[in-house]
Design a protein around this ligand. Structure first.
Ligand SMILES: Nc1ncnc2c1ncn2[C@@H]1O[C@H](COP(=O)(O)OP(=O)(O)OP(=O)(O)O)[C@@H](O)[C@H]1O
Ligand SMILES: [Mg+2]
Length: 311
């Protein structure tokens, strides 16, 4: 599990998760709402930056590209990423850094504040960014596109990324979102969860082997894809390509916190493939990695040592 030579470029929706923990002792005199006296704050890298965080934590080299605002949260993401050894290439936008801030009083979440506006990147900035990305793609064997549907991975930009990646024989893994998968055409592997598979097929898909396989095959045909890895929560994951389907059960017996497991899957998959493992071995590694993070409360990352031990 030595991933130190694996350099991965992650492009996508960079986000910040904030948690404000406090005590509720009285009701506000201003309005009928509780007053939360904050005692502790926590920040976590979210979305594409959580994928980068997982890659870095597993010992790989992560280069993270995305958009942040000219605000405190953007600086915080940058600072946290650098502290974790992640290289960042961000564009700055007029829109706020996508942030989800939870206010937790006692044991209960009281409200969530979302900072989120549709991304509008000026043409000139976009063109400069593309030039920069073209240079970066020369340096790397694998590109991860982490689409959280927040606007960074537009059709035009995604098509550009995959086209350039293909020109340089860079492997492309996509964590998809939304109803336009034409933009992912040319990707080597797409990793939807069951809900995302349902979103693209146009109706909910049952989380059983047969339904997942049938839907994935239809999408492969429809979009001319190579392979789909469907992540299926407590049912593990299924790899579907033109030749075969492999279902693998989840690795974990105890589950505490499933959020972010999908990011761990793409991160571990990208590293395992880049390190030279075949697809079957790589999904086995990714599945074990996800099985470890769901057993943890809070952190959604793991180290190469933890992975090696579990294997
Ligand atoms: N409840 C669970 N029990 C056991 N394993 C789980 C559970 N939830 C997730 N996993 C593991 O994590 C992997 C990815 O989880 P999931 O399919 O929920 O992805 P996801 O919906 O993209 O996750 P998220 O968006 O929360 O990061 C699964 O394939 C499985 O290996
Ligand atoms: Mg996901």
């Amino acid at each position: 599990m030595d991933f130190s030579n694996c350099k991965i470029l992650i492009v996508g929706d960079v986000m910040l998760d904030k948690y404000y923990f406090g005590k509720v002792e009285r009701i506000s005199p201003e309005a009928p709402v509780p007053i939360v006296n904050i005692v502790r704050e926590e920040s976590r890298l979210g979305g594409a930056s959580n994928v980068a965080n997982n890659i870095s934590s597993l010992g790989g080299q992560a280069i993270l590209c995305g958009a942040v605002g000219y605000d405190f949260f953007g600086k915080e993401i940058e600072r946290m990423a650098h502290r974790k050894g992640i290289r960042t290439e961000f564009i700055k936008t007029e829109q706020p850094t996508i942030t989800k801030a939870r206010i937790i009083g006692g044991r209960q979440q009281i409200v969530r504040l979302d900072y989120e506006q549709h991304l509008e990147i000026p043409e000139k900035t976009k063109e400069e960014f593309k030039v920069q990305l073209e240079k970066l793609i020369h340096e790397i064997p694998t590109l991860v596109i982490s689409d959280y549907g927040k606007g960074m991975v537009s059709e035009e930009f995604c098509t550009f990324l995959i086209t350039v990646a293909k020109q340089h024989e860079v492997k492309v893994i996509v964590d998809p979102k939304g109803q336009n998968w034409a933009k992912y055409t040319g990707a080597d592997l797409i990793t939807p969860n069951v809900k995302e598979l349902g979103d693209i097929i146009g109706h909910p898909v049952d989380n059983d082997d047969h339904a997942v396989e049938t839907s994935a095959k239809e999408i492969i045909r429809q979009y001319g894809l190579e392979a789909i890895l469907v992540t299926r929560s407590e049912k593990g994951m299924s790899l579907v390509n033109k030749q075969e389907t492999i279902h693998i059960p989840t690795h974990s017996q105890e589950v505490f916190d499933v959020s972010g497991a999908g990011d761990t899957v793409v991160a571990a998959l990208a590293l395992a493939l880049t390190a030279g493992n075949g697809i079957k071995e790589s999904i086995r590694i990714a599945n074990i990695a996800a099985g470890i993070v769901v057993q943890k409360i809070g952190t959604a990352t793991l180290t190469a040592e933890e992975l090696e031990k579990a294997m």
